[in-house]
Design a protein around this ligand. Structure first.
Ligand code: M1P
Length: 251
C-alpha cells in the first residue's frame, strides 16, 4: 500500500548512474546535499537493482529519506523500514535460459566472470561479463560494449523473439528483462493510484530502450503534471539539486 500526499511533489530518483556510479557507493558530497535537499520533500527510489544492492550503495540515513523504494524495475515495493509491501513474479521460460547460454557461449566480450543470469523479483538480469566483474572489468566491458553494441543487440534479439517480454539496457554491464508492462512505468501507476498530482523524475537512461524510459512513457500518457531530467551521472544530480538547473532532456 502506497501513501502519497497529493499536495506535495513526488520526486523519483533512479540509483545506478543517477544517485551513484553503477554499483558504487553514493559519495558523501551527494549524500550530504541530498539529506538537506530532501527535508520536507516526498521522495521515492526507482531502481532496476534489488534491495540488497541498493543498501550496499545508498547509506541507511539516505534510504530513510525515501517514502518507498521501488526495486527490480518496480516489481518489488518496499516501505521506509525496508518491508516488502507489494511484489510480482517472473517465470523464466526454458527457451530464454537456453538463449542466454548460447549468447554467453558466442559472446566475444573481453572476460567472463560468472553469475551471468540473476533472477530477481519480477525480472531477470543478464550479463555476458557477469555480475562478479570488479570495477576495472566493468569499465573494460562498458567501453567494449559501446564499440560493439552487444547489449542493445541482445536486447533487440530478445524483444523480437519474445513478444511478451521486454529487454532494456541499464547500468553498465547488463540488461534487464521483464514481462511486458512490468518495467519502471508501473511506478507511475502506483503513485497516480495513490493520488499523486505532480511528479519529478531524475534518471540516466530515459531514452527509448533505456531502463528509465518506462517512467517517461507512462508520465506522458498520464494526467499528471511532470518534469524529468536525464542526467549523465551522480555529479549532474548533485548540480541539479544545488541549482535546479535542467540538464539534457526535460519535459
Ligand atoms: O539500476 C540500473 C542497473 O544497475 C545495475 O546495472 P549494471 O550491473 O549493469 O551496472 C543492475 O542492477 C541493473 O539491473 C540495473 O538496471
Amino acid at each position: 500500500m502506497i501513501t502519497v500526499d497529493p499536495n506535495k511533489v513526488c520526486y523519483i530518483f533512479d540509483v545506478d548512474g543517477t544517485l551513484t556510479e553503477p554499483r558504487l557507493q553514493m559519495t558523501d558530497a551527494l549524500a550530504n546535499e541530498f539529506l538537506l535537499w530532501s527535508m520536507q520533500k516526498q521522495c521515492f527510489i526507482a531502481t532496476g537493482s534489488d534491495f540488497e544492492k541498493t543498501k550496499e550503495q545508498v547509506p541507511w540515513d539516505i534510504i530513510d529519506c525515501f517514502q518507498n523504494v521501488f526495486c527490480c524495475m518496480g516489481n518489488e515495493v518496499r516501505d521506509t523500514t525496508g518491508r516488502i509491501v507489494d511484489k510480482s513474479d517472473f517465470v523464466m521460460q526454458e527457451s530464454l535460459e537456453e538463449d542466454f547460454k548460447k549468447i554467453l557461449q558466442n559472446s566475444k566480450c573481453p572476460v567472463k566472470t560468472g553469475a551471468h543470469i540473476e533472477l530477481r523479483t519480477g525480472m531477470v538480469n543478464f550479463s555476458t561479463v557477469g555480475r562478479n566483474a570488479d570495477f576495472e572489468q566493468r569499465k573494460t566491458y562498458n567501453l567494449w560494449d559501446k564499440k560493439h553494441s552487444e547489449r542493445s543487440e541482445i536486447a533487440s534479439y530478445i524483444n523480437e523473439k519474445y513478444p511478451t517480454l521486454n529487454a532494456s539496457v541499464g547500468g553498465s554491464i547488463s540488461i534487464d528483462i521483464i514481462e511486458e508492462g512490468h518495467d519502471k512505468g508501473q511506478i507511475v501507476h502506483y503513485l497516480e493510484n495513490a493520488g499523486a498530482q505532480r511528479v519529478v523524475f531524475v534518471g540516466d537512461r530515459c531514452e527509448p530502450g533505456g531502463n528509465d524510459y518506462g517512467i517517461i512513457r507512462e508520465l506522458q500518457k498520464s494526467n499528471l503534471s511532470f518534469e524529468w531530467y536525464n542526467v549523465k551521472g551522480p555529479q549532474d544530480t548533485l548540480m541539479l539539486l544545488r541549482t535546479n538547473k535542467v540538464f539534457d532532456g526535460g519535459k
